[in-house]
Design a protein around this ligand. Structure first.
Ligand code: C2E
Ligand code: CA
Ligand code: CA
Length: 559
């Protein structure tokens, strides 16, 4: 068919734009170059800073609406249209929204000419930025649609559930197999989800590798978990059908709508996202390839931990405000005399009071804050040791060191230089390392560990008896001392099997020239019971509770 676009009146074209306005998310436009007139889909006024969808003095007016750094390239392109025979406009650049934030658009248009002279250009503007209305890979609606939908219903009916799904370790899949393969997995997962959902359930694709399913029919969490299980099954089958080319799994966080109580309707979307994200993260944290059902109590704990983390960070930054070093005596078993002290970290703050090390040490480790905090306590310990040594020259100061410090900081060199700074002999220092998280086969670790030993610092393996491959560690790490954890001591005090086991371990330790320290002795009766175990040292409330330096000095070195 021959087109005669030249003869279509501009007014008619504008009417076509109006006609299509309700059925388009994109923006149609017409640029009448003869009259320097611009007409755009009326709904553009809701999105862009223009008061009218029709205006003259086109470039002048566009300049007010185009993101300034991009205006020159638009002007150049329009100039080319007006002064050359260029017939297509295809430019990706930025406009501004009503808040004057940049919005990426792709603007395309066709120039209709008469005798080579441009009459008008007509085309379409698409938003191509991160609007995520729908996702082309999975075919599901995107986050923006979810937001709009929740905005429409204003209040989640308390009847219903949210199932947020996330592929486990998707980043690793992308890294190992490439983004294309990652997209294929996303598509397949989307198909698995599609096969499992019912008509009344809606799926949205959230961030990269996550999907959100909404079901507003009933508050049945059983249904939510069986939906999860069926999707997981479908994913397993799809992995199998692909001959295990890539093995991947999926986790799910389940949230009942009654758990969402937004303060106002406009935070509904962010609350739903926040709580469902927490639920999904919990499922992953608990081992992945499983589901987790949201619990108010767990969430409160999570928030507390987050606040505590911030508090600890601030405290470390604020010259370790609220941190304190406590000292607990270590006794020689044969003579019942003071042998040394273990340095134990304490933390106190206004909001949480005294926080147990069992709670804050793991946070310090997870955040890396254990590195500065560990340096700090090292210095506190050595400063104290100088004072203790005035009374007992061979006093042993014991310091806990986390594997995080060894792997991620220069703690070994810091220990050695601090020891020389405070003029303490390396043989006055015991470094305690817990088994948990220990990377026994790590060569880096072993070499650092042996560096300390070579300098004459004593090494203790802490909490012995709580992990599994204990004997292995003895061989690989060859410590000087093993410390028996209180939980093991308690068992040995109450049942014969464990008592005999501990007795055997004691003999073996001595065979290997190791010293044994039994922790957690609280009473005289307990002390008597362990006497037969021939441990070298013991520690516990019986000899003294952990206390501040001043109190330790008063108690053990009065006068
Ligand atoms: P740990 O190294 O096994 O320390 C011994 C723990 O047993 C201390 O708990 C101590 O207060 C407690 N304890 C000692 N005697 C008795 C007793 O007779 N009965 C009972 N029930 N408990 C006793 P604390 O101070 O709460 O420390 C807990 C853990 O936190 C420590 O266990 C250690 O793993 C870690 N920690 C403490 N301070 C530091 C530190 O400066 N650095 C590192 N990395 N970890 C630390
Ligand atoms: Ca310890
Ligand atoms: Ca211990």
């Amino acid at each position: 068919m021959e087109h005669n676009f030249q003869s279509i009146p501009v007014k008619l074209l504008c009417e076509v734009i109006d006609l299509l306005n309700p059925s388009m998310d994109n923006y149609l436009y017409l640029y009448d170059t003869v009259n320097d007139f611009f007409y755009i889909s009326p709904h553009a006024v809701n999105r862009f800073p223009i008061s009218d969808n029709a205006f003259y003095h086109v470039l002048e007016n566009l300049e007010k609406l185009v993101f300034p750094p991009d205006f020159q390239s638009l002007r150049d392109d329009i100039n080319a249209i007006l002064t050359t025979q260029k017939s297509e406009h295809n430019l990706q650049y930025r406009w501004m929204d009503r808040d004057y934030q940049p919005v990426w658009i792709n603007c395309r248009g066709y120039v209709v000419r008469e005798n080579g002279k441009p009459l008008y250009m007509m085309g379409c503007i698409n938003e191509i930025g991160d609007k995520r209305k729908a996702d082309n890979i999975s075919g599901f609606l995107g986050e923006t649609s979810l937001k709009a939908f929740l905005g429409d219903i204003q209040k989640v009916s308390p009847n219903g559930f949210v199932l947020r799904l996330g592929l486990d370790d998707f980043k690793i899949i992308n890294e190992n197999l490439g983004i294309e393969y990652g997209n294929k997995i996303l598509r397949e997962t989307a198909e698995c989800i599609n096969r499992c959902i019912k008509k009344h359930q809606t799926v949205y694709r959230a961030v990269a590798d996550e999907f959100i399913i909404l079901d507003f029919s009933e508050n049945d969490l059983e249904k939510a978990s069986s939906l999860y299980k069926s999707i997981r099954h479908a994913v397993d089958e799809s992995v199998k059908a692909n001959h295990y080319e890539a093995v991947y799994t999926i986790s799910g966080g389940i949230l009942s709508c009654s758990d969402i109580h937004p303060d106002s309707p406009d935070v509904l979307y962010s609350d739903l996202m926040k709580l469902s994200e927490f639920a999904l993260n919990e499922a992953k944290r608990q081992g992945k390839n499983r589901f987790y059902v949201f619990s108010e109590q767990d969430y409160a704990q999570f928030l507390k931990r987050r606040r505590l983390t911030q508090t600890l960070r601030r405290a470390v930054n604020n010259n370790f405000e609220g941190f304190e070093a406590y000292f607990q005596p270590l006794y020689l078993m044969d003579s019942h005399t003071l042998y040394g002290a273990e340095t134990l970290m304490r933390f106190h703050c206004e909001e949480f009071g005294n926080v147990s090390p069992a709670e804050f040490i793991p946070i310090l480790e997870a955040t890396g804050l254990i590195i500065p905090a560990g340096q700090w306590i090292l210095h506190q310990a050595l400063i104290a040791c100088r004072q203790f040594k005035q009374h007992i020259p061979d006093f042993k100061i014991s310091i806990n060191v986390s594997y995080v410090q060894i792997m991620k900081s220069d703690i070994i060199d810091e220990i050695l230089s601090a020891v020389s700074k405070y003029q303490i002999s390396p043989s006055n220092v015991i470094i305690e390392l817990t088994e948990s998280g220990l990377l026994e086969n790590n060569l880096h670790f072993s070499s650092l560990w042996s560096k300390l030993r070579a300098q004459g610092i004593l090494l203790a393996l802490d909490d012995f008896g709580t992990g599994y491959s204990n004997f292995h560690y003895l061989y690989n790490l060859s410590p000087n001392i093993i410390k028996i954890d209180r939980s093991f001591t308690l068992q040995a005090l109450t049942n014969t099997y464990d008592y005999n086991l501990l007795s055997l371990m004691s003999s073996m330790a001595h065979e290997l020239n190791l010293k044994l320290c039994i922790e957690g002795i609280e009473t005289e009766a307990e002390l008597e019971r362990i006497a037969g175990l021939h441990s070298d040292y013991s520690q516990g409330y019986y000899w003294g509770r952990p206390c501040p330096l001043s109190q330790f000095l008063e108690t053990f070195f009065p006068g």
